[in-house]
Design a protein around this ligand. Structure first.
Ligand code: 2P0
Length: 346
């Protein structure tokens, strides 16, 4: 474990709480992160632009206690040994900064399916970093939290902030300039998202392994990385101009490019179901009928339909009607991580 070079600014002695609670939202990338420049520091090979989602959250409480012999994780009400190693690695970074060696009881609950392509690791680790830092009495800036969250999971660096967020690649070898930054607050362009859920199973191949496999074996991976800065520039300009059509065009293209690179890996990575494709077609039909909507898909089969204000109800009804769609979720854009000492997440 390499402790990030972040100077500890601990709260005054005696004032540090040992328990804290945080809510962080999930986020979806409109310009995707797919590939690592450095696995050890978890540095992304490409930048990304995301939106933070109001209704898809992780509530996490962290309690440090000298009597705990090991870290413990409860996820959605059940002890979870599978994700404990990553949680401990994340806590180790914060313990290293704080200069303490106490173990924690972590309890986290998601408002949406876990590990199914809805960025539960992003909201979960963003909430963990903020809650654990608060419980240790560390006064970390949002940027410092973003850097630590990135080490835990690349997409977790982004929902430290709300609304539209850009994540930067590193130019420094130590990765200290790879963090997320806010672009627009949620209410500055209040888009909405309809999520069409086609499966709730946890994915077979994690994003981390999928990225590594794509980088090692996909003939399209280099083209994906090389063409990425241009997509980021188009998206930045579209967001600045609130140009929904331009944002949708580059987001759909970037999404399909990411999946094309993954599909061409050996063995191939296919995150989609049949209903995923049907939803893409339905979104295109809606747009042809004049409804402002575009799609994006992450490392799972769910389709996220991004809607201009006013389009949500028609989009939801159309996607709910697609055979194979089990459920739909609707959300607006939300704020960054919210921290408070408080109730456990159970
Ligand atoms: C994204 N994804 O930009 C992309 C699009 C999935 C598809 O970030 O290895 O779980 O923990 O850094 O953050 C999911 O990747 O990967 C992801 P790690 P993470 O949202």
């Amino acid at each position: 474990m390499i402790t990030p070079k972040i100077a500890a600014k601990a709260a005054p002695t005696g004032a540090a709480p040992t328990t804290a609670h945080a809510r962080a939202r999930s986020n979806i990338a409109l310009i995707k992160y797919w590939g690592k420049a450095d696995s050890r520091l978890n540095l992304p090979a490409v930048g990304s632009i995301s939106i933070t989602l109001e209704a898809l959250w992780s509530d996490t409480s962290v309690e440090f206690e000298a009597a705990h012999r090991v870290d413990e994780l409860t996820l959605n009400g059940e002890r979870n040994p599978n994700h404990l190693a990553r949680v401990t690695a994340c806590l180790d970074m914060l313990r290293g900064i704080a200069g303490v060696n106490v173990h924690a009881r972590v309890s986290s609950r998601n408002s949406f399916p876990t590990g199914a392509g809805l960025a539960s690791s992003a909201s979960g680790f963003a909430a963990l970093v903020s809650a654990a830092a608060a419980a240790l009495g560390l006064e970390l800036s949002p940027r410092e939290q973003s850097i630590i969250a990135r080490r835990a999971s690349g997409s977790a660096a982004r929902p430290i902030f709300g609304g539209f967020v850009e994540m930067h690649v590193a130019t420094r070898a130590d990765g200290t300039d790879s963090f997320a930054e806010p672009m627009l607050a949620a209410d500055e362009w209040p888009l909405e998202v309809v999520v069409a859920i086609t499966a709730t199973r946890e994915k077979d191949v994690s994003s981390s392994r999928g990225m590594t496999r794509s980088a090692e074996s996909s003939p399209y991976y280099r083209a994906w990385v090389d063409s990425h800065p241009a997509d980021l520039a188009v998206a930045r300009a579209a967001i600045g101009a609130r140009d929904f059509a331009a944002l949708g065009e580059v987001a759909e293209s970037n999404c399909l490019k990411m999946h094309a690179a993954a599909m061409a890996a050996a063995p191939p990575l296919l995150y989609w179901d049949g209903a995923t494709v049907e939803c893409l077609n339905r979104v295109r039909e809606l747009r042809a009928a004049g409804i402002p909507v575009f799609f994006t898909i992450d490392a799972g089969p769910q389709v996220k339909a991004v809607c201009a204000p006013g389009a949500r109800d028609a989009v939801r009804a159309a996607l709910a009607d697609v055979p194979g769609v089990l459920d739909t979720l609707v959300t607006g854009l939300g704020p960054g991580v919210e921290v408070g000492a408080g109730p456990g997440a159970g």
